[in-house]
Design a binder for this molecule. Structure first.
Ligand code: MG
Length: 362
């Protein structure tokens, strides 16, 4: 199954409500789609969101990386020689992890199709169903309380609460949300680098003392401040999850060796795809450190690749794959079934996505 052509298209999907974190506000998904064609007629698909404030990747840089660097390098290679394809993909351009992730997932789509099986089973997985949290954006407290209640009414029993913009005031915010949703809902707190180390310890300790009982606190300090992350991790009993601090497998190893966090959030747009993400899973397994599978603001195509990886690895114990739930519409056909908090795998080969708009006729 040789790669004959790699092309791109854009997709734009409005969000149900604006997505707000300590880093940005966004009201629609505007992503680059990738289509990898082969000499057998089989086609694989991928998607990359331009998350400039986190990955540094823009729509234009992703398109250029795919069209001018990755496509010429991979054209002619055999998808079944996965090791060759992935090493060439990794080396043909530095960084550009979003572009690499889009092509990586399209190649995995084809590889699993060539095996005639769903990707998560080709990767050795058996989880037929996942349960995701839902993100609650940063807003005035009454809005966040109402959003949290609405999410629980819609069946979500794990919420990811975005904070990090107002320091200690976040404690009152989280107390109000806990009081509104009751003790049965798991609250994941994501500060998106919004605190400094000592401030983070003060806030997390206050949350613990107030009985807010967060399941975990994600990326309390700036991405580059590994010492700060380790400082926080050593001083609070709530598990600390590294997100923006870990992109590559090398980042993960450094963090694991320094015991700088209790958990790692794996996102395909940070790692450059499934091939690299599997290395982080392996390293985390060695250290007994559980992982979250997360996503950027992505629609169903990219999230589907993350779903397959999460369904394939037991070290991934937390699922934060709510991209499709945040989108107003779903332009894609096939793939796992998203029903509120439940994501159900299907037996379709590859990623299982069969209809992708924007590419026209082959
Ligand atoms: Mg995060």
């Amino acid at each position: 199954m040789k790669i004959t052509r790699i092309t791109t298209a854009e997709c734009q999907i409005p969000l149900r409500t604006p997505f707000k974190t300590a880093l940005r506000t966004v009201d629609s998904v505007h992503d680059l789609l990738v289509r990898v064609e082969t000499d057998t007629g089989a086609v694989g698909y991928g998607e990359a969101p331009p998350t400039a404030v986190i990955t540094g990747d823009t729509l234009g840089s992703i398109r250029t990386a795919v069209e001018e660097f990755i496509a010429p390098t991979l054209t002619g290679l055999d998808v079944q020689e996965l090791d060759t394809v992935m090493n060439r993909l990794d080396r043909c351009i530095l960084k550009n992890t979003s572009a690499k992730a889009a092509v990586d997932m399209a190649v995995y789509d084809l590889f699993a199709q060539s095996c005639g099986r769903p990707l998560y089973k080709v990767l050795g997985g058996a989880k037929g169903e996942l349960r995701t949290d839902l993100t609650i954006s940063v807003n005035p407290v009454p809005v966040m309380v109402a959003d949290a209640k609405a999410a629980v009414d819609a069946g979500f029993d794990i919420l990811k609460i975005k904070v990090g913009k107002e320091g200690l005031a976040d404690v009152e915010r989280l107390k109000a949300i806990r009081a509104a949703v009751g003790p049965g809902v798991r609250l994941r707190v994501d500060a998106n680098q919004g605190w400094q180390a000592k401030q983070a310890v003060r806030i997390i300790t206050a949350l613990e003392d107030a009985g807010v009982d967060p399941e975990l606190v994600e990326q309390p300090v700036p991405a580059h401040d590994l010492d700060g992350l380790a400082y926080v991790t050593a001083r609070v009993s709530t598990p600390v999850l590294a997100d923006e601090s870990v992109f590559s497998p090398a980042d993960a190893l450094t963090l694991l060796q320094r015991h700088a966090a209790d958990m790692i959030n794996i996102k395909l747009m940070k790692t450059g795809g499934i091939w690299q993400a599997l290395k982080i899973c392996a390293a985390a397994e060695v250290y007994g450190v559980p992982c979250m599978m997360g996503c950027m603001l992505e629609s169903k195509l990219a999230v589907t690749a993350a779903v397959h990886l999460a369904a394939a690895r037991s070290v991934i114990t937390c699922i934060d794959l709510d991209g499709p739930s945040l989108c107003k519409t779903d332009p894609f056909t096939g793939g796992p079934v998203f029903e509120g908090p439940v994501i159900r795998m299907t037996d379709a080969p590859g990623l299982g996505i069969t209809g992708v708009p924007g590419f026209g006729e082959v």
